[in-house]
Design a protein around this ligand. Sequence first.
Ligand code: ADP
Ligand code: PEP
Ligand code: MN
Length: 527
Amino acid sequence: MDIKELEDLGLKSIGQVFHNLSYDELHKHELANHEVEATNQGATAVDTGIFTGRSPMDKYFVERDPSNKYIAWGDVNKPVSQDIFEELYEVACEQLSNKDLYVTDVFCGSSPASKRSVRFVSEIAWQSHFVKNMFIRPTSAELEVFKSDFTVLNACKTVNDKWKEHGLNSEVFVMFDVERNIAIIGGTYYGGEMKKGIFSMMNYWLPLEGKLSMHCSANVGKDGDTALFFGLSGTGKTTLSTDPNRALIGDDEHGWDNHGVFNFEGGCYAKVINLDPKSEPEIYSAIKKDALLENVVTNDDGEVDYDDGSKTENTRVSYPIEHIPNHKQDLMAGHPKNIIFLTADAFGVLPPVSKLTREQAMYYFLSGYTAKVAGTERGITEPVATFSACFGEAFLPLHPTVYAKLLGEKIDKHGVNVYLVNTGWTGGKYGTGKRMSIKDTRECINSILDGSINNCEFETTEVFGLNIPKTLGEIKPSVLNPKNAWKDTEEFNKTRNTLANMFVENFHKYQTEDSEFDYSAAGPKIK
Ligand SMILES: Nc1ncnc2c1ncn2[C@@H]1O[C@H](COP(=O)(O)OP(=O)(O)O)[C@@H](O)[C@H]1O
Ligand SMILES: C=C(OP(=O)(O)O)C(=O)O
Ligand SMILES: [Mn+2]
């Protein structure tokens, strides 16, 4: 590559540039740099350092007045001044100067009309490997004429010493300048910052072109019927879209334009905590040469103990989508027939499957509900509700209603069916009940995708007013209606009302005067 391209960014005395290395070359570098360990499944394993997850509180967008007026400033889209950005840009450049660098050129977006070219600069080989796995790998012809639309300088080995003086959250910084098309990262090695960072940029660019961007997985059946699975982290996007009977389009980030659905990425990022090859055989088999495991525990023979969460519960593997044999080669498909909102309700209140009305679809999309299980301290078992608009508020630079409006229009135009599927707890909240089995969840999903759910007789739940099938295949009828799944009805009613109140409370923000997004009537009603 022309070294001037890096010098123009402000990098000085650049050492060797390892530009678009092959997997085998990267592998050699990772081993020579002592970054990774080999495992007996052929994949390499890396420890990502202090951070084993993203740092959302350290993410910022450069504020300019009166430009970038579209950004919905707030807790998830925090502003940083041009001056501070400039200062940290220099810190990042200094860190990456006088170094050998890994430069990786990739695409984000499989649709030619929407794709962006992204260049990542880093001093760590595994980070180059990670972005190569996760983004779309250009052909050698495409690399010859590659011009980046956006550049990420990953200076993770440096930190912001002056964060207090700057009035920032911590010494970690993940900052985006949507005008200059550049991002800088410091203080965290975690690869997810690069993946979800560019996703945030897609969520900025696409809606401004009238295209919807979505935090969802997607797959397509033999008849060409596309399905989308929206959901926050841990709700099952990756697990459930990886289905041997349906071609995988992608497991996490998609766009939807006038032609249909397209993946942003070229790889998957699966959780491997307690990975069971029997219930997730495709993901287990994807862990082979070129896959990159993160923060797993291995023994001396290179055997991975997937049940060991001692480094983090967020153990992961990234792999190119080709590792899933049944994937859609062009990473695109037609307009969806079915949309599934996944939620992992740790309160054990929401039914395993509900068919949503048009209004309920908008209500649950804007609510973006899931629940996490509370900390790892012993004895603390109270679930924690999370409401993250559009099932991905942390990645949305624009106001949630921008995405909701686009989704609503597309649902109407293409007559899409929308369902809510609870992959979380049943028969009691976290601590007393148990998690839905992947088998039962798949049965719910299969009945949606093959249309057989339409032959079911439905009933409507109290308070939430959700339409649920009375019987469905081999799933116990008592499980289909959570009220019957709980031993103690009083306890169920109490927990349901608590959750209902949280929904109502959260939705107040859309109930401003003459708001076209006041779908509160479609939400729960406490008697
Ligand atoms: N009923 C279920 N449906 C989906 N996933 C489940 C279920 N029960 C347990 N799991 C586990 O929950 C996790 C879901 O995570 P994942 O599919 O990575 O979610 P996402 O991609 O939405 O972040 C996986 O580790 C999976 O094994
Ligand atoms: C990769 C991520 O997404 P998910 O947990 O939804 O798979 C992430 O949030 O960093
Ligand atoms: Mn996922």
